[in-house]
Design a protein around this ligand. Structure first.
Ligand code: SAH
Ligand code: SF4
Ligand code: F3S
Length: 444
C-alpha cells in the first residue's frame, strides 16, 4: 500500500473531562506549530486525533465506532492517532483491534506527537504511553490563542484510588506544575484574550508550589497571584476533592474577589458504608460540615457535585441516603452517573452488582431531584444583578450567550462582543439557562 504523504491538515476530537479538552487544545497547538492547519468543520482532515476518555464503559465503546466511521467511501482512512486515557489504558489492544490506527499516544506523552508523526508517515505504527519524569508542558509551544474563558491545567494525576476509578492508572501520580510556568501560561492566555481562567486538575486543590519568593503555597496562593493580572477578571477551579479543601482555600472564597462563587465538590454517594467501600475517605457528615464552612465564607456560593448510583452492594436504603444528601445541600448543578465497572479497579470484582434496571431507576430519581434543585437555584437568581462574561453569539439575531459568576448560561440581546464583561439583570429562569437584560451603562 502506498503510504499517504505527510498530513497537512488535522482535527483533534476530545471526548473526556476538561483536562482532556485542555490536552486536545495543546495537541492542536503542537500540530499547528509543525506547520499543519486545522481542518474546517465537516472537512476531511489528513490527520485525526481521537482524544479519548476511559472513565466509563460507554466512552470506550464510542472510540471504536468513531474509528470505523473515519473510513472514507473509497476505503481509505486519514492518519488516525488515538490519544487520551484509553490510549494509556488499552494502547496495545487498540493497535491489535484497529489496524487503521497508526499512533497511540498517552496523556503524559503527547508532546512527542511530532516525532511520532515523522515515524508514522514512513508507514510505522507507533505507540508511546510512557509517563516520563520530565514534564510534557516544558516541551509544548507557548500559547498564542485563547477564547474569553480558558482552561489551564495546574495539577495532574491522582493518588486517591477511589475503588471505582481508572484515573490514578491512566493519569499517574499527583503532580503540580511549577508556579512560574503557570503564571507565564496565564499571562500568555490573558494577552491572547482570556478574561476568565479555569484552573484544572484531577484533584486541583491538591496543587502545591513555591511562589516567586520561595514560600510554600497552595491553590489559594496561586489564585491570589493570578488575581493580580489586571486583565484577568475571573478565576475558577475544578475538580476538587473534599479532603484537599484547606482553610486557606475556603478563606480565599471570601478574600479574592476574582475567585468566582462556584465550587464543584464531588461527593459520589450519601451513605457512609458506600463511601467507605468507594475509598472516598470522607463521610457524609464531614462533607456537610465542609460545605457549611464554605458557605460561611461565601454565602452565595453555587455548589456542584458528582454522583454515582448503583455502586456494587448499594441497597435501596443506601441510595435513599444519597437523595437525602441532595435535599440537604441544594446543588446548583451536578453530574450523575450509573456505576460502570472498570477493568483493573477494585470495585470491578466486588460482590453485589446492581441490576441495570435498578440503576436506571435510581439514576432517574436522582436526576429528577438534581434537576428540581437546578431549576430552583436558577429561579432564585431571578432579580439578581451580576456580571456576565460574553462567550459567543446565540441562535437569534443580536442574541449573545455568556456565563454568570455562578456558572449559569445567560442569554441576552445587546450590542456586545465576545470577551465583554457586562452588567446584567437576571430576568427569567429555565432549567438550563437564564434570560438577562443588559444595563445601559455596562461595565467594561
Ligand atoms: N477527581 C474527581 C473526578 C474524576 S472523574 C473527583 O474525585 O471527584 C469524574 C466523575 O466520574 C467522578 O466524580 C465520578 O462521579 C465519575 N466516575 C468515575 N469513575 C466512574 C465509574 N467507574 N463509574 C461511573 N462513574 C464514574
Ligand atoms: Fe478518581 Fe477518586 Fe481520584 Fe477523583 S479522587 S480522580 S474519583 S480516584
Ligand atoms: Fe476521562 Fe481521563 Fe478525564 S478517563 S475523565 S479523560 S482524566
Amino acid at each position: 500500500m502506498a503510504f499517504p504523504p505527510a498530513p497537512r491538515t488535522y482535527k483533534v476530537k476530545s471526548f473526556g473531562c476538561q483536562m482532556n479538552v485542555y490536552d486536545g487544545e495543546r495537541m492542536a497547538e503542537l500540530l499547528a506549530a509543525q506547520g499543519m492547519t486545522a481542518a474546517g468543520d465537516g472537512a476531511d482532515a489528513d490527520l485525526v486525533v481521537l482524544n479519548t476518555c476511559h472513565i466509563r464503559e460507554k466512552a470506550v465503546d464510542r472510540v471504536y465506532s468513531d474509528i470505523g466511521r473515519l473510513r472514507r467511501d473509497d476505503g481509505s482512512t486519514p492518519l488516525i492517532a488515538v490519544a487520551g486515557c484509553i490510549a494509556q489504558a488499552e494502547g496495545e489492544e487498540i493497535m491489535a483491534r484497529a489496524p487503521s490506527v497508526r499512533m497511540v499516544v498517552g496523556p503524559q506523552a503527547y508532546h512527542r506527537l511530532p516525532a511520532m508523526l515523522a515515524e508514522a508517515v514512513t508507514g510505522k505504527r507507533v505507540t508511546d504511553t510512557d509517563m516520563p519524569a520530565d514534564t510534557k508542558f516544558d516541551a509544548l509551544p507557548a500559547r498564542r490563542r485563547s477564547g474569553p474563558a480558558a482552561f489551564l491545567t495546574v495539577q495532574e494525576g491522582c493518588d486517591k484510588f477511589c475503588t471505582y476509578c481508572v484515573v490514578p492508572y491512566t493519569r499517574g501520580a499527583e503532580i503540580s506544575r511549577p508556579f512560574k510556568a503557570l503564571i507565564d501560561e496565564a499571562e500568555r492566555l490573558v494577552a491572547a484574550g482570556a478574561r476568565e481562567i479555569t484552573l484544572l486538575g484531577q484533584n486541583v486543590n491538591a496543587w502545591s508550589g513555591e511562589d516567586s519568593k520561595g514560600c510554600a503555597i497552595g491553590l489559594d496562593g496561586l489564585a491570589k497571584a493570578l488575581a493580580r493580572l489586571p486583565d484577568l477578571k475571573r478565576i475558577r477551579y475544578t475538580t476538587s476533592h473534599p479532603n484537599d479543601m484547606t482553610d486557606g482555600l475556603i478563606a480565599a472564597h471570601a478574600e479574592v474577589e476574582k475567585l468566582m462563587p462556584f465550587l464543584h465538590l464531588p461527593v459520589q454517594a450519601g451513605n457512609d458504608r458506600v463511601l467507605k467501600a468507594m475509598n472516598r475517605s470522607h463521610t457524609v457528615d464531614s462533607y456537610l460540615r465542609l460545605l457549611e464552612r464554605v458557605r460561611a465564607a461565601r454565602p452565595d456560593i453555587a455548589l456542584s457535585g458528582d454522583f454515582i448510583v448503583g455502586f456494587p452492594g448499594e441497597t435501596e436504603a443506601e441510595f435513599a441516603d444519597t437523595l437525602s444528601l441532595v435535599d440537604a445541600v441544594g446543588y446548583a448543578q451536578a453530574f450523575s452517573f450509573k456505576y460502570s465497572p472498570r477493568p483493573g479497579t477494585p470495585a470491578a470484582t466486588m460482590d453485589g452488582p446492581i441490576a441495570p434496571e435498578v440503576m436506571d431507576e435510581r439514576l432517574q430519581r436522582l436526576q429528577a431531584a438534581l434537576n428540581r434543585d437546578q431549576l430552583a437555584f436558577n429561579q432564585a437568581s431571578v432579580g439578581r444583578r451580576c456580571d456576565v462574561l460574553v462567550e459567543r453569539r446565540g441562535k437569534l439575531p443580536g442574541q449573545w450567550l455568556g456565563k454568570s459568576p455562578w456558572l449559569q448560561s445567560v442569554h441576552f440581546t445587546a450590542d456586545a462582543a465576545v470577551g465583554d464583561l457586562l452588567t446584567v439583570d437576571l430576568a427569567e429562569a429555565g432549567p438550563n439557562s437564564l434570560r438577562g437584560h443588559v444595563l445601559e451603562n455596562a461595565a467594561a
